[in-house]
Ligand binder design. Sequence first.
Ligand code: SF4
Length: 319
Amino acid sequence: MSETLIEAVNLKKYFSTNAGVVHAVDDVSFKINAGETLGVVGESGCGKSTLGRALIRLYDPTEGKILYRGEDIAAMGKEKFRKVQKQMQMIFQDPYSSINPHFSVGETVLDPLRVSKTITDKNKRMAKVTETMELCGLPERYFNTYPHELDGGRRQRVGLARALVLDPEFIVCDEPISALDVSIQSQVVNMLEDMQEQMGLTYLFIAHDLSVVRHISNRIGVMYLGSLVELGESYELNRHPIHPYTQTLLSAVPVPDPKLSRTRKRIILEGDVPSPMNPPSGCRFHTRCPYATEKCSQVTPVFREHEPGHWAACHLLDK
Ligand code: SF4
């Protein structure tokens, strides 16, 4: 069995706003093994991006532990964390949001090396930049090109090169293909998979659509309103979802088999996602769940392992 690279233990991230406290991530626990891809899915506003950012301390967690190779990085002083931080990078849906528009492609990839002072020799630094660009499908001729001159796929390659130049172990991929044309999406996914194989990378891959994560992920976690409601092997979760919310998400995923497609019933959820500022009592999904009982509105279901490696939080499963 692979070793655990990163583990969230009762992780919480709340934001104080003028209108109240947003419970963006509320008591989430899970592990990611070295070399695996954990997909995280859920509707927008469910807290998946906040979870990704909190895991690498782009946001300081409100409560809980983040164990990276067994050490709690949430409790680490800034100086010590800076050394670990190089191992953790992020790629964004819009790479533009994280880069300086006045920097060329080469300068963008060079910047993290310069800031972290990882390689002090100038020639070695330049060699590392061009080698990483090449690895990400950006030949040296792109060095002086500006990101706004590139198409979405190449811009995402710049985002990846910028993340990889520090030789990280763990990358949070926050909806990296959602804004790309369908024709380019598979190129970027293939590139991420190649890099993972070559460099032994571990990914947290965030998406709002199960059909996107199910191919790239070894395991998938499903989030609803700041909580993890189900977690399991990708194949098992797709074949046999046990939480009502996952069943709803899966019913919306098109199936290529026309026979199966005719028999699969699309489940339409009633109502809107409640506000994370005032989440429902008991099971957070009870206001929309077709199977909700009185108990569901009063008692929070425990997130537990129902079959080996298959976790979920639902009272129906506890019977
Ligand atoms: Fe539905 Fe109740 Fe299960 Fe929540 S605990 S998912 S409301 S049946």
